[in-house]
Each structure stands twice: as structure tokens, then as C-alpha cells.
Design a protein around this ligand. Structure first.
Ligand SMILES: *Cc1c(COP(=O)(O)O)cnc(C)c1O
Length: 394
């Protein structure tokens, strides 16, 4: 059986956890948290990096820092994970879903501006599969309409847009170290802050609304409750684990890219015959080999291919369902823009009137992810390719 994902251990994780445990500091913001934060700030030039318990938490921090509230509108691609929208829903916002590009699941930057109203406050570009959105266009729209950009870079560690690290371009960026990502900590995340206006408040929100970080740096002589916040910081056990991964980031990335290119060269001829399309990497973007996917011609063909692979011991999986069709969104008009207030409930499928996102629906129906993890051997990649060939020559 070839699984879809397998968490990779460098071998040093338990060593550093042992060190953290016997170092006597188990709670957050200790030695390993600082090591991880320094690593990211130095290697990628993030203005400030704060480790969090998940990317979802980093997004919640970004939503709080954005200062948004009930009635404010946030533009989010519909083809993404729930958290990209949920963090803003928790602040009472209305979510304005945007469509994907034609040949790439990322938000179509050319279709964003028509969604901007006087209530729009934030744009959340999601770098799907670690491939950059068209950030120059998005930052230009944000600048002209005075909007905040929160990059959902959950999948985008060590990936670039025109040479600039993802997560360093928007006002804030959010990363994930969930065990399904390239660099893992079980559950873990990071908020990056590139606009210095948000830095002081970010540390307070991170530490339960207290100015504890300033106290420990000796900047204030007592600390207390000064703002809203939560316990967004991970324990040292999590960051100790993560540190073992970060020490090996180049090794991990290189092997993942090799696997990615094995798939590419093995599947190119089928794509050229029109059986499916391969990932589109625009010239401005790099590929961090977070995932290898193909886009099938129809949902029926995808279902049949999943079954064929499964019958041969290979686990492949589809990805997001369109969020604009989700049970939550279709039943919560208070979280939709007012112009989309009406619900049309004919038949089984509830659709939001006026919301037509065909590219998103296409990827929801047709995108298929193939096994991708560090320890996947070349002969296993070859086996997956053979089985896909077999399927299309039937
Ligand atoms: C994985 C992922 C998240 C959530 O990350 P967690 O660390 O599990 O909270 C959010 N957005 C995207 C695009 C993701 O891929």
C-alpha cells in the first residue's frame, strides 16, 4: 500500500524534545520558540515571526490584528481550507468568495477588484500547493483601496514570488506545520508580520492579551491585561520538534522536488494527449513541491481513477469542496455580502444566488492529489505513474 502522506522524522525530534523537557522550560516562548522564530526571520526576512499552535490560530491572530468587525467584508478564494475564511467569520465578518484562475487554483487577481466595496477591509490570497498568487496585482489593489493583505501561506514554506519569500509580501502571513505539510510539528503554525504597525500588538494578542513579552525583555516593570488575545503560543515541546525539521529544511525540500519532477516527467505524455492537466507554475512563482496534483477531465473520470489506484494499493485524494457551497455559508446570510442575501433552495443543492465560481467548482470536482512525502521511493513513484498509464490506456 502506498499511502498519500507519511510524516517524515529527521531523527533529532525526540532529542530536542528531551532537551526541552530536561531544560525545565515546557511552556511557550522559550529557547526553541526563539530559535525557530530567529530562523524564519533571518532566512526569509520576515519583519517578525511568532510561532503559533496552528495556521488556523495564526489566521485568527491576523483577523484580530486587522481590526475587522461585524459587517466588514473579506475577500477569500472559495477554493481553500475552511480556516482562511473561518478566522474572519469569528470576528463577525462577511466573506466575499472569489474565483480561482482558469488554469491554477489560486485566486484570480484580475477578478478581485470588482468585488471590492466600501466595506472591504482584507484580501486573503492562498498560495495553493505552495505556488504564489500574483502578489504584485493583489498588493496594488490593496494599496489603492487601503486594504490589508493576509497571505495564507499554510502550504508555502520556502517558496517565492519574483524572488521574494511567500509570507513576506502581504501585511501578514500565516504558515502551517501540520503533519501534512512539508515541515511539520504535529500541529503548529506561524504568523509573520511585515507591517511594523502590527508588531507590538501581535505579541500581546499572542500572550493572552498581556504585555508579558515586554516584561520579560525588561521594557516594563510589571505585566497585566492590556488587550484582547488568547493562548496562541505553542509549548516548547512543539517548537523543539519543529527545530529538528528546520535544521533539515534544505534536505527535505530537495527530495520533495525530486519526487515532484519524477511525477512530472512520467506524466507529461498523458497530459500532452489531453488526459488531464498538470500543475501550472507561473513564471513569477517557484515550486516548493508541497503537492503533486493532476486535474482530470470530469468528476466521473476522477472517481474512476481514484478507484483504479486504490485497487492497486495507491491512495490518491481529491481536495477542497467549494466553500461558497458549504453548509455553513449557504445557511448564514449574516456572513455573506448583502447583495447575496437570498437563498435559493430548489432541489437538494442550496446555492447562493448570484455566486457563480466556475473555476473553483472545476478544481473541486476534478483536482486529484498523488502520494507525496519525503520517504516516497522512486520505484513507488514509478509504480503510481504505471498505474495511471494503465488507467488511461484501458
Ligand atoms: C493546512 C492549511 C490550513 C490550516 O492549517 P492548520 O495548521 O492545520 O491550522 C489553512 N489554510 C490552508 C491553505 C492549509 O493548507
Amino acid at each position: 500500500m502506498i499511502s498519500f502522506n507519511k510524516p517524515f522524522l529527521t531523527g533529532k525530534e525526540t532529542h530536542y524534545i528531551y532537551d526541552a523537557v530536561y531544560g525545565g522550560k515546557l511552556s511557550g516562548n522559550g529557547v526553541y520558540t526563539k530559535k525557530c522564530q530567529d530562523f524564519f526571520e533571518q532566512r526569509y526576512g520576515f519583519g517578525k515571526a511568532l510561532m503559533t499552535t496552528s495556521c488556523t490560530d495564526a489566521l485568527e491572530m491576523a483577523a484580530i490584528l486587522s481590526g475587522v468587525g461585524p459587517g466588514d467584508e473579506v475577500i477569500v478564494p472559495s477554493y481553500t481550507f475552511v480556516s482562511s475564511a473561518l478566522a474572519f467569520v469569528r470576528q463577525g465578518c462577511r466573506i466575499v468568495f472569489a474565483d480561482s484562475c482558469n488554469d491554477n487554483p489560486n485566486i484570480d487577481a484580475d477578478k478581485i477588484e470588482r468585488l471590492v466595496t466600501e466595506r472591504t477591509r482584507v484580501i486573503v490570497p492562498v498560495h495553493y500547493a505552495g505556488v504564489a498568487c500574483d502578489m504584485d496585482k493583489i498588493m496594488d489593489i490593496a494599496l489603492r483601496h487601503n486594504l490589508i493583505v493576509v497571505e495564507d501561506a499554510a502550504q508555502a514554506v520556502d517558496s517565492y514570488y519574483k524572488g521574494r519569500p511567500l509570507g513576506s509580501i502581504g501585511h501578514m502571513g500565516c504558515f502551517s506545520f501540520h503533519e501534512t505539510k512539508n515541515i511539520i510539528a504535529g500541529e503548529g503554525g506561524m504568523l509573520t508580520i511585515n507591517d511594523s504597525r502590527f508588531i507590538r500588538r501581535s505579541e500581546i494578542i499572542w500572550e493572552k492579551g498581556t504585555n508579558r513579552s515586554e516584561f520579560f525583555r525588561g521594557e516594563v516593570n510589571k505585566y497585566g491585561w492590556v488587550d484582547t488575545g488568547s493562548s496562541f503560543l505553542p509549548s516548547e515541546l512543539v517548537t523543539a520538534f519543529l527545530w529538528a525539521q528546520l535544521e533539515n529544511i534544505d534536505v527535505i525540500q530537495q527530495r520533495r522536488k525530486e519526487i515532484w519532477h519524477e511525477y512530472l516527467s512520467g506524466l507529461l505524455h498523458l497530459a500532452e494527449k489531453g488526459c488531464f492537466t498538470l500543475p501550472d507554475i507561473p513564471a513569477y512563482a517557484t515550486n516548493n513541491a508541497h503537492m503533486f496534483y493532476i486535474v482530470c477531465r470530469s468528476i466521473e473520470e476522477r472517481t474512476a481513477l481514484i478507484k483504479h489506484l486504490k485497487d492497486n494499493g495507491v491512495l490518491s485524494v481529491f481536495h477542497y469542496l467549494s466553500l461558497h457551497r458549504s453548509a455553513f455559508y449557504t445557511s448564514h446570510p449574516e456572513h455573506r455580502p448583502e447583495s447575496l442575501g437570498m437563498v435559493d433552495a430548489d432541489g437538494d443543492e442550496v446555492t447562493v444566488v448570484g455566486l457563480d465560481l466556475p473555476n473553483c467548482d472545476h478544481f473541486a470536482d476534478c483536482l486529484l492529489r498523488l502520494p507525496m512525502f519525503y520517504e516516497l521511493a522512486n520505484d513507488e513513484v514509478g509504480f503510481v505513474i504505471d498505474k495511471i498509464n494503465e488507467f488511461y490506456s484501458r
